[in-house]
Ligand binder design. Structure first.
Ligand code: MG
Length: 375
């Protein structure tokens, strides 16, 4: 069996209402989906995390090294792509293009073999995982604090047991918003905060200490991903777990984080860090340091499904009679591409989702629905 063709699609959804976080505003959602077709017509889907237009160029450039290869040899394909990009792109968007192709190859491999990706990774070590809602972005509101609290309550009513909110506006506004959201959802729902590296070290320490008694699940990307030592120092100055890794690439990048004691939780994005192939190695590496992994996701159900299969297979460290909960990031922000083009949507029951046993990633991509998002 050989790969016959690779296509990259850039999809754009112009949002009715924009939203923003500590770095920039989203007026549209853009996603690069990758379609890999085998010679028997079987299709695998992948997705990249990063600027979709640039990603699609990367996928087009790399496709020459994949067409004609046997998709069952996913590591061989990965190795070729890695060697062809190493000189120019040890991190960044070209590695995200490698990741998008890798995810599509895993989906294709699963479909060709009639097996779910989690089984190809070694099997699912749990039947269900706990999605946490990613939302609570900033937007123009008369009373943003109130709007955030109301939105958090909606996630609780939808069945989520955990929610993550954006911070990074200013220390004063953040502390006020966090208190309001915690107050609204009560003590039984987990709450995480994400600054998208908006703060310097003294500000991050200040914010962490100011909200320590509000039972914060983790503080994500408090400071710039470049400052490994500052991450370690922040960890020593707060009891809140520190999470990072969505801007990190390959096992080499994650090894730096681990060696510097920079994080309690690593968040590789499977659509950027090197795909499922490399994420499995990152997980093995993290396990030798006893550091937890909760992957970052942002995009369509292709990206979310890749993360679901990966989390299904993660090692249970530490093991115990009452197993710890394994989380999956579930982006709940507006995204017509995710909702119209990719399915199924994940159904939450008792705060959990059942891991799919369908072949490949178990995701359908509606190419007719895709047309309206192609520009
Ligand atoms: Mg984040």
């Amino acid at each position: 069996m050989k790969v016959n063709n690779i296509e990259a699609f850039v999809l754009t959804d112009h949002l009715k209402k924009s939203f923003y976080f500590s770095q920039w505003e989203y007026c549209q959602r853009k996603i690069c989906l990758v379609k890999v077709t085998a010679e028997d017509g079987t299709i695998g889907w992948g997705e990249g995390y990063g600027p979709a237009d640039v990603l699609s160029g990367g996928v087009k450039y790399l496709s020459r090294y994949v067409v004609g290869q046997n998709p069952l040899n996913s590591e061989v394909i990965w190795e070729n792509l890695y060697r062809r990009t190493l000189d120019y792109a040890r991190s960044g968007i070209l590695m995200a293009a490698v990741s998008a192709i890798d995810v599509a190859i895993w989906d294709l491999k699963g479909k060709l073999l009639g097996l779910p990706v989690h089984q190809l990774l070694g099997g699912k070590k749990r039947d269900r995982i706990y999605p946490y809602a990613t939302g609570l972005y900033f937007r123009e509101e008369n009373d943003l604090t109130r709007a955030l609290a109301d939105e958090a309550i909606e996630y609780k009513e939808m069945g989520y047991k955990a929610v993550k909110m954006k911070v990074g506006l200013s220390l004063k506004e953040d502390i006020m918003n966090i208190k309001a959201v915690r107050n609204a959802i009560g003590d039984n729902m987990e709450l995480m905060i994400d600054a998208n590296h908006a703060y310097n070290l003294p500000e991050a320490i200040h914010l962490a200490r100011a909200v320590e008694d509000l039972n914060i699940g983790w503080f994500e990307e408090p400071i710039s991903p470049e400052f490994y030592e500052q991450y370690a120092e922040l960890r020593s100055k707060t009891c809140i777990s520190i999470a990072t890794g969505e801007c990190e690439y390959l096992r080499f990048g994650f090894h730096r984080l681990l060696q510097k004691n920079a994080a309690d939780i690593l968040q590789p994005d499977l659509c950027a860090c090197g795909g499922l192939t490399e994420a499995k190695r990152i997980a093995a590496l993290a396990s030798t340091y006893g550091v937890e992994i909760v992957p970052h996701t942002w995009g369509s159900n292709v990206a979310i499904s890749a993360a679901m299969h990966f989390v299904a297979n993660l090692d249970t460290i530490p093991g115990r009679l009452k197993m710890p909960e394994f989380k999956l990031e579930h982006d709940c922000t507006a995204n017509g591409i995710r909702d119209d083009v990719t399915s199924p949507d994940f159904k939450i029951k008792n705060g959990t989702i059942i891991i799919s046993d369908k072949p490949g990633l178990g995701v359908e991509v509606d190419e007719r629905a895709m047309e309206k998002y192609l520009v």
